[in-house]
Design a protein around this ligand. Structure first.
Ligand code: ADE
Length: 365
């Protein structure tokens, strides 16, 4: 069984990971296609809700994923069956939850949303599974964090729509099987490699979400601006797109910060200069790196002669959890070509060094 590490967490403006305490288990919002809400107050998911696309046609980017799911949804709809189980993996903020909600909408069924840390007791997952109606979607976020009991309850549930419960203890223990409605499990993870193979093998569709291309991000920002009734110039949308780490969730978050600065400054029309001013205020640089990204690159460059440095050493130097560093911070730096993973450890590249030098010889932008 794969080791179970703590959840990737990251603090600050760009924190892309939902708070496990704000989980979405067991609550229902009347009239909305989800079970969720969780903790008091607005969660990251709830704030995003208004900007989420609801249908595949409104979902911008991830062309291959959309094509695969569109075919699977149409085929299962015509057969009147439940869609095969889907595993979505990739860096946080790329739209895994959104896609689960979109798939449910396309199937014309409800989506129940939860996350693995909320399924601590066997009865948590038993309750969710038993309440599913035929063809409904159950979304489990951070599925690599499921405990062993929950995971083992899921195996027959996924495979045969059956719940195997142990009743009694010791020599009187018996297994009772209960039938479940055919359902679709959509699992999401930032760490596909941390899933056990028996669990991974039970998903019929395994899809990776990629960082978004610049033009898709610009279109996402323009769509969000329309929904927020902002007068945003195309160049301003492009500037947000450049600085959001290829991630729609961050794009929308940055857009809200830009909106604040525009509102306080009494500016109606938002241009690229205002975006730059707002994002500098939040220490987001021209390529979208935040303070913790730059700290990582600087530690590598100045503290370790550019590397190679092992993940654990780097994480200890930054006071971060290694799993967070690997799943949340590093992917975008790798994508930009500022960082490389080698067999001997992490190395800062020439492009990474040049970027740091451009940040004013070490000063924050
Ligand atoms: N908002 C967040 N992600 C989006 C996407 N992929 N398409 C459209 N709007 C979005």
């Amino acid at each position: 069984m794969a080791p179970r590490k703590s959840a990737p967490r990251r603090s600050g403006l760009l924190d892309p990971s939902p708070d496990p305490a704000a989980s979405h288990a067991d609550e229902e919002q009347p009239g909305s296609n989800r079970a969720g809400g969780g903790a008091e107050g607005a969660t990251a998911h709830q704030r995003e809700d208004g900007l989420r696309p609801r249908r595949l046609d409104d979902y911008i980017g991830q062309a291959e994923l959309k094509q695969v799911l569109s075919i699977a949804v149409q085929a299962t709809r015509s057969r009147g069956e439940a869609l095969d189980h889907v595993l979505l993996h990739g860096p946080p903020g790329l739209g895994k939850t959104t896609m689960a909600l979109v798939v449910a909408e396309e199937l014309g069924v409800r989506c129940r949303i939860t996350s693995a840390p909320a399924l601590e007791r066997p009865r948590d997952i038993v309750g969710l599974l038993m309440n599913l109606q035929p063809r409904e979607v159950l979304f489990i976020d951070e599925i690599h964090r499921l405990n062993r009991v929950a995971e083992e309850l899921l195996y027959p549930a996924m495979e045969d729509f059956r719940l195997d419960l142990t009743v009694g203890q010791g020599s009187t223990a018996r297994t009772r099987s209960l039938p479940l409605a055919p359902f679709t499990l959509v699992g999401a993870t930032t760490r596909a490699g941390a899933l056990s193979s028996p669990l991974r093998d039970r998903f019929g569709l395994i899809q990776r979400l990629e960082f978004y291309a610049l033009d898709d991000l610009q279109a996402i920002v323009e769509r969000a601006a329309r929904l927020l009734q902002l007068d945003l110039e195309a160049a301003a949308a492009l500037e947000v797109a450049r600085r959001c780490r290829g991630t729609p969730r961050i794009a929308n978050r940055l857009l809200r910060r830009v909106r604040d600065v525009a509102a306080v400054g009494g500016q109606g029309r938002i241009g690229a200069e205002l975006v730059d001013q707002a994002l500098r205020l939040h220490r987001v640089d021209g390529r979208g790196l935040d303070a913790s990204d730059r700290r990582l690159l600087r530690l590598l460059q100045d503290g370790h002669g550019g590397g190679p440095v092992g993940l654990e050493t780097l994480a200890a130097g930054l006071g971060e959890d290694p799993a967070t560093l690997e799943a949340v911070v590093e992917p975008y730096l790798l994508q930009l070509g500022f960082l490389q993973r080698t067999p001997r450890g992490r190395v800062v590249t020439e492009a990474g060094r040049a970027h740091l030098a451009g940040c004013g010889g070490g000063a924050e932008p």
